[in-house]
Design a protein around this ligand. Structure first.
Ligand SMILES: *[C@@H]1O[C@H](CO)[C@@H](O)[C@H](O)[C@H]1NC(C)=O
Ligand SMILES: *[C@@H]1O[C@H](CO)[C@@H](O)[C@H](O)[C@H]1NC(C)=O
Ligand SMILES: *[C@@H]1O[C@H](CO)[C@@H](O)[C@H](O)[C@H]1NC(C)=O
Length: 165
């Protein structure tokens, strides 16, 4: 316990320098988003966040959005394969196809990020967020929770991307 506290204190002291990094930067950045708790837990799940500046953190947020999209797509696809009600199956296919189409888009958005084309990257994340909204309109209760996670993460990622413009 003591060792952990000391490490944490030590880490926060490093964060008070001229350029904020580590936990302090993650928290101050995520405070500027709509869902700070989700933002913090997503960023902190990648250890490299603790050494990243704002640009690095933003890239991680876009990356996390990509992996969350793929994870959600896989879950939706499992429901598609299992569904026996035709109407519900159709709604699930709508979501599955729209998420599937978003994957190459956000991957292009990550490449754009590395070329410092932040606006293009922003639009790719925003497109995923819109796809979630459209999917949610289908009223599929079994995926509402995973959709909510993807919605919040992509919303926060666009807020963080906004800080770079
Ligand atoms: C942020 O960190 C990266 C290396 O991870 C560096 O290339 C870049 O210049 C830094 N940006 C700023 C604004 O300090
Ligand atoms: C799919 O159906 C199988 C067998 O009924 C079940 O065990 C499994 O939990 C279902 N998966 C999903 C994602 O609903
Ligand atoms: C998902 O999109 C890829 C192209 O990016 C396509 O090849 C694949 O067939 C699609 N999968 C489904 C299940 O629609």
């Amino acid at each position: 316990m003591t060792l952990i506290s000391l490490l944490t204190i030590n880490r926060s002291f490093h964060g008070t320098g001229a350029q904020e990094t580590g936990k302090a930067l993650i928290e101050s950045t995520c405070k500027k988003t709509q869902y700070p708790e989700e933002c913090i837990s997503a960023l902190e799940s990648d250890p490299s966040s603790f050494n990243a500046n704002l640009t690095g953190l933003t890239r991680i947020a876009v990356q996390k959005s990509e992996s969350k999209l793929i994870e959600t797509l896989n879950i939706v696809n499992k429901f598609v394969l299992n569904e026996t009600d035709y109407l519900t199956w159709g709604f699930l296919v709508f979501c599955r196809d729209s998420y599937n189409a978003s994957v190459p888009q956000i991957q292009a958005g990550l490449q754009a990020f590395d070329k410092l084309e932040f606006e293009k990257s922003y639009r790719s994340v925003e497109a995923v967020n819109k796809a979630v909204v459209e999917c949610d309109k289908q009223g599929l209760k079994m995926i509402s929770q995973v959709n909510s996670g993807l919605f919040r993460l992509t919303k926060d990622a666009t807020s963080i991307l906004d800080l770079l413009f």
